[in-house]
Ligand binder design. Structure first.
Ligand code: GDG
Length: 760
């Protein structure tokens, strides 16, 4: 990042102020005493730097990377930088201590033991105060202050205490742990109160948001309604509402993709392969040297594949970039020793003369070199044991406009929620990891292309600018009474969609790599008739569906309230079409290319295990109800419900708290707190849930759904940005398009077939 050393903007004039532990540049003192500025390491800076480049009047408050006196504020890339002072003792206690030896391991599933030292907390508190004191006056009146990450969790409330006029957002770049783990943290409630100073709290994954809400509910006893927390005011101050939302972070995807067109970088990618002795396959790992990244697991798998002869070191080379990180923290020193010992052993046993089996690089590379590495890599291994998101996975995808290369991705990285077409692995299972590596090395080019096309669609469409925009837009809306109304998009009246608009939408939709096309049956494919058994489906519409299901990258599903067998007998669909009956509770066989295990995990149908689970839940809820007079338990075929409406005093709230605490032990149960009721469903039957599960099983980038009934609204309610909802006939709907009748539905399906077939 080019820098200059003067500040034009005066404090108090910035509409957007970012507060992060590190500035985007680190200062280094040169031998002649002059200061040099270099880009500072890590995912947060990579992400936010490109966001801030597009902001007018932006400021960044953070540490400049060296102990002692902070440099004066200065300007870089059109942004004002405000350095915060950290002394050597702050670095040891606040940064290396409480942040990186207590919070980091605790928030990453205690992969190593967190250390708790009281002195570290005092330092964390005073360093957070210094950031808040520096940041508060910098924002313009009514401006926005966006605080980042686990090092600064007390800053939101500290800023609120100083500036009640600004909007405060907080984004956590790392996971937020389950309440059982978070509860171990000394001063845990101070951390929660510090965070609740924000108007909007953003997390990477849905599970992080839910873990945070559970901690607030359980440890502070605040009322939580959906994703809104009511924070009681102190004294006469009114209750304040804090919003929680999931915002998966991303990268500056087009900037990365553009780098791949640079002839020098292309040449460098080719040169890298030559330098390694022209191996057939290059496998790459690129991480900060951190125990969360699963580098040891990856090396173990690679070593075993060489040991058992599954990989010939003449054919395949692994490059492991391990960027130096937190080198003064003991766990990081130990990790470095272990990794280097393992690499040495593997090379000693397997490397052919003159070339490595593992090329290990313990230093950092510039962005261009990283891109060349991604372009050269046939397989990238992201085997994190726990990771907020993991930008390396997204950078690899953005670096492959040639649609070649395979991403092996840990399911414990946040990126796994979005990058469904990667080869997903549990890195703790070394045999599974070995098999995934072998499968990736042998993957035919067409299969690589299909998966990479889908991955690229996801990454290029959801870049970091999109992420920042979503967060800041939500922050601007937070607290506004029009909130919910603004989110509900309804079609005005019952007007039919203009045919030209409909056609444009269908064209855009069929351009997407992997599609799911799904439709209701009665009222869409067949006119409604009084005698259900006498139904006459439109044969041309059925035929269009059959033909669509034969096209590459297209999954087709028929979804109905009818029983599965009934639906089957009226439609005579081939095995390439998925049938879903009983409003989502019955799912027929899947075509072989869909991932059946996604459906198994999606809890769509009752099984003996689920019956048992429901019985156990009912017993526990009844025990809770007995302890809180007035509360009662209702049982349904697939759910148990705790009703607290008739409880006395705080009894209802206490019963709800107990139920929700119990809920945290049931990860695969759908727990829905409502108004004085909490429902525990072991099967969540709705057409919407079925479509969601099917689109994941087919790794669909977008889906289209046709429906006419109120039960179809559960599908329309979850339309994503690229999905298409088509309401057939009149009535209120959340679908974006409306057509008249079954004849129009037939025409639409035929048009879809025509558009998609043109591409094959
Ligand atoms: C945290 C969360 C979350 C790495 N080595 C070099 C280099 N890098 C770049 C990568 C990537 C970034 O650093 C690392 O980002 P990650 O996301 O992979 O990991 P963390 O640093 O742990 O980041 C993480 C992230 O925050 C953002 O929210 O995704 O889960 O832990 O951009 O390419 N860059 C260069 N040379 C290197 O040697 N230039």
């Amino acid at each position: 990042m080019p820098t200059s050393s003067s500040v034009k903007d005066r404090p108090g004039e910035h509409e957007l102020v970012v507060v992060a532990n590190r500035l985007p540049v680190d200062s280094r003192t040169l031998p002649d005493g002059a200061t040099e500025w270099v880009t500072s390491p890590g995912g947060l800076v990579t992400a936010m730097e490109s966001v801030m480049r597009n902001v007018d009047s932006g400021a960044w408050v953070g540490w400049a990377g060296s102990p002692g006196e902070a440099p004066d504020p200065f300007e870089a890339d059109g942004m004002s930088l405000y350095p915060v002072r950290l002394d050597q003792e702050d670095i040891e206690r606040y940064y290396e201590g409480y942040s990186n030896a207590t919070l980091w391991p605790l928030y990453h599933d205690v992969i190593v033991d967190p250390e708790f030292h009281r002195g570290w907390w005092d330092s964390y508190l005073s360093a957070n105060r210094r950031f808040a004191v520096e940041a508060a006056p910098v924002a313009a009146p009514g401006g926005t202050i966006w605080v980042h990450d686990y090092q600064l969790q007390l800053v939101p409330q500290m800023i609120r205490d100083r500036r009640s006029d600004v909007r405060i957002g907080f984004f956590n770049h790392i996971p937020f742990p389950p309440v059982e783990l978070f509860s171990q943290l000394p001063k845990r409630n101070s951390i929660l109160r510090g965070l609740l100073g924000a108007d909007l709290l953003g997390f990477q994954r849905e599970s992080d948001s839910l873990n945070f809400l559970a901690a607030v509910r359980k440890l502070l006893g605040h009322h939580v309604d959906g994703m809104t927390i009511s924070v009681p005011g102190i004294g006469a101050a009114p209750v304040r509402e804090v919003q929680v939302q999931t915002f998966p972070i991303s990268i500056d995807a087009s900037a990365v993709s553009t780098l791949t067109e640079d002839p020098e970088i292309r040449e460098r990618a080719a040169e890298l392969r030559r330098d390694l002795g022209d191996p057939e396959k290059i496998v790459l790992g690129a991480d900060r040297l951190d125990y969360t990244k699963g580098i040891r697991h990856r090396l173990k798998a690679w070593g075993e594949l060489l040991d058992d002869g599954s990989i010939d070191p003449h054919d395949a080379v692994m490059i492991q970039i391990a960027t130096p990180s937190r080198e003064r923290v003991e766990a990081y020193r130990q990790l470095r020793d272990e990794v280097e010992l393992t690499v040495g052993r593997i090379n000693g046993e397997h490397a052919p003369l003159g070339r490595p089996a593992v090329s290990y690089q313990h230093h950092s590379f510039d962005r261009r070199e990283m891109t060349a590495l991604f372009m050269a890599a046939d397989v990238v291994l992201v085997t994190a044991l726990r990771d907020g998101m993991n930008l390396v996975a997204k950078e690899y995808v953005a670096s492959r406009p040639d649609l070649q290369g395979v991403l092996v991705l840990s399911e414990f990285a946040g990126a796994a929620d979005e990058l469904r077409a990667a080869v997903l692995v549990n890195p703790h299972d070394i045999d599974e990891l070995k098999a995934a590596i072998l499968r990736s090395l042998a993957m035919p080019p067409e299969e690589q292309e299909e998966a990479m096309r889908s991955l690229r669609h996801q990454v290029m469409e959801h870049d970091v600018q999109h992420w920042a925009h979503q967060f800041l837009e939500r922050l601007t809306m937070s607290g506004s009474p029009e909130d919910e109304a603004a989110q509900i998009v309804r079609l005005a009246g019952d007007a039919l969609t203009d045919p030209a608009e409909l056609d444009t939408t269908l064209r855009e939709f069929t351009d997407v790599p992997r599609l799911l096309i799904a439709t209701d049956f009665d009222g869409v494919l067949a006119p409604i008739v009084p005698d259900r058994d006498a139904v006459q489906p439109d044969q041309e519409a059925l035929q269009a569906l059959r033909e669509l299901s034969d096209l590459p990258g297209v999954a087709v599903a028929l979804v109905s309230g009818r029983a599965l067998a009934d639906l089957d007998s009226h439609t005579a669909m081939p095995s390439s079409v998925v049938l879903v009956g009983s409003h989502g509770a019955e799912v027929g066989a899947l075509p072989p290319w869909m991932q059946a295990e996604v459906l198994d995990k999606s809890a769509l149908s009752m099984t003996p295990e689920k019956e048992e689970q429901l019985a156990a839940i009912t017993t526990t809820l009844r025990r809770i109800a007995r302890a809180h007079p007035g509360t009662e338990v209702e049982t349904k075929p697939t759910a148990a419900v705790l009703h607290t409406r008739n409880a006395k005093g705080r009894g209802g709230l206490n019963a709800t708290d107990s139920a929700l605490e119990y809920a945290t032990t049931l990860p695969d149960v759908t727990v829905t707190p409502g108004k004085e009721v909490v429902e525990f469903a072991v099967v969540h039957t709705s057409k919407g849930v079925a479509i969601d599960a099917l689109s994941r099983a087919g790794a669909a980038d977008a889906w289209l759904y046709l429906g006419d009934d109120v039960t179809d609204e559960s599908v329309f309610a979850q339309l994503g940005e690229h999905d298409v909802g088509v309401k057939v006939g009149g009535g209120d709907t959340a679908a974006g398009l409306r057509i008249a009748d079954t004849a129009a539905a037939r025409d639409l399906l035929r048009r879809l077939l025509e558009l998609r077939a043109q591409q094959s």
